[in-house]
Design a protein around this ligand. Structure first.
Ligand code: GDP
Ligand code: MG
Length: 436
């Protein structure tokens, strides 16, 4: 999904000005991307109509940066589509009963543990886990393992195969023992069937939970939407938990589900560990879907790779006007160490994907490195000695031309000036300069 949207928005980001023609073009692409991500046809269409209206309303065409405004409108609408504000779970009961529902393998048991752990860490909450998956002994064991891991008690009754009775007994146990949150883990099946629906519906009626959560594997595409609809028809659930959003799952399911059942997504699961739980932020998810990039990790990576000591030395040289081609070569090597240039640029929001087509990779430095290698040590440290005949020699030696040598010398002079202006700051400042 992300790639497709990127492509659609690329047109706008790349253009200095947009016309009505490419707004329409772009929206068509956005719509196609949504459809490909299993978003209902009607929703995708409505979405693009809304974006178009907003774009026209804000007079996108006459603004200075129409592309960026357009991207913002798409992002805002996408955020809205996924729920707008962050929604918490209802913990007003005493105890508050939270019922988990969903297919087998969707991540109910794992999420029950994550949620218990999350609430337990809030200090005021004392959660109890209740094991109502009575069909597989291993299911009860699994919840006990999870409970041990996070230090939360698990209520189970191995002899009993009536999930309704167990859930009620669990709640009674919580009341008697001072637990203020009860999380009921239930059984699922591989597909929606009547027996499962009847069972979860019976539990739901019997215990009347404050919060019924539908857990869904975000990697299941259009199926996720159908399943959500089936469960919502029976349970009228309060919120959705989107699991397995780790890796490169882009969250297309988040759009579809929210649109079809109109229930908020409340949490996401991002891994198998108990800590891999996050509150669902629609705007963050919109960023993720739009591939707006991860500035934080960019900065972190850059900081790691720019050797602090090296940076300090460089700083001194710049201050003393001693910055030469050898230092320049080192800089290039530093930048190369940071990994694939395209990857890095891809992490810069806005500027990021727009530069995708401009092929910036390590090869971009090859000519430059060759030229520098063809210089004598004297020429490297004092480029002003490079006269016409030296340029000719360097060009020949490096397999480039006098023109290219000239260009590098010019760039180098500019860069030296810029660095002098920046006066220190090392890696961090360098990165800022690169981003601007
Ligand atoms: P249940 O059948 O609905 O109770 O599902 P489980 O909680 O047993 O989870 C099924 C599988 O998915 C297990 O192997 C979990 O470790 C895994 N799982 C659950 N949540 C996540 C998640 O957010 N990310 C990843 N990568 N795996 C998950
Ligand atoms: Mg389970």
């Amino acid at each position: 999904l992300s790639d497709k949207l990127d492509k659609a928005l690329h047109v706008l980001k790349g253009h200095g000005s947009i016309t009505e023609v490419n707004v329409a073009e772009t929206l068509k692409e956005v719509r196609r991307a949504l459809l490909d991500a299993d978003v209902n046809f009607k929703i995708a269409k409505e979405f693009t109509v809304r974006v178009k209206e907003k774009a026209l309303g804000q007079d996108v065409l006459t603004t200075l940066q129409p592309g960026q405004l357009m991207v913002k409108i798409v992002k805002d609408e996408l955020t809205e589509l996924m729920g707008g504000d962050v929604e918490g779970i209802n913990l007003s009961g005493n105890p508050s009963v939270i019922l988990m529902s969903g297919l087998q393998g969707s991540g109910k048991t794992t999420f029950s543990g994550k949620l218990a752990n999350y609430l337990k860490n809030k200090k005021t909450k004392k959660p109890l886990l209740v094991a109502c998956d009575v069909y597989r002994p291993a299911a009860i064991d699994q919840l006990h393992v999870v409970g041990d891991q996070i230090g939360v008690e698990v209520f189970s009754d191995r002899g009993n195969n009536d999930p309704v009775a167990i859930s009620q007994a669990g709640i009674a146990h919580a009341k008697a023992n001072g637990y203020n949150v009860v999380i009921i883990d239930t059984a699922g099946r591989l597909a929606v069937d009547e027996a499962m629906m009847t069972e979860i519906s019976n539990i739901h009626k019997a215990i009347q939970p404050q919060e019924t959560l539908f857990v869904v594997d975000s990697m299941t595409g259009q199926d996720a939407v159908n399943t959500a609809k089936a469960f919502n028809d029976i349970l009228n659930f309060d919120g959705v938990i989107l699991t397995k959003l780790d890796g490169d799952t882009r969250g297309g399911a988040a759009i579809s589900i929210k649109s079809v059942v109109n229930k908020p997504i409340k949490f996401i699961g991002t891994g198998e560990k108990m800590e891999a739980i996050d509150v669902f932020y629609p705007s963050r998810m919109a960023d993720r879907i739009l591939g707006m990039g991860d500035v934080v990790s960019l900065v972190e990576r850059a900081q790691e790779q720019f050797d602090e000591e090296e940076a300090r030395k460089l700083q001194k040289k710049i201050a003393k006007n001693q910055f030469g081609f050898d230092d320049f070569l080192k800089q290039i090597q530093q930048i190369k160490k940071m990994g694939n240039m395209k990857d890095l640029i891809g992490m810069i929001p806005g500027a990021g994907k727009m530069m995708k087509d401009i092929d910036i990779d390590d090869d971009a430095f090859k000519g430059i490195e060759a030229i520098i290698h063809s210089m004598t040590p004297e020429e490297r440290s004092n480029p002003s000695v490079i006269n016409a005949s030296r340029k000719k020699r360097i060009g020949k030696g490096s397999g480039t031309s006098v023109q290219e040598v000239n260009q590098l010398l010019k760039q180098f002079t500019q860069m030296s000036k810029m660095m002098k202006m920046m006066q220190g700051g090392g890696g961090k400042r360098m990165m800022q300069a690169m981003q601007n």
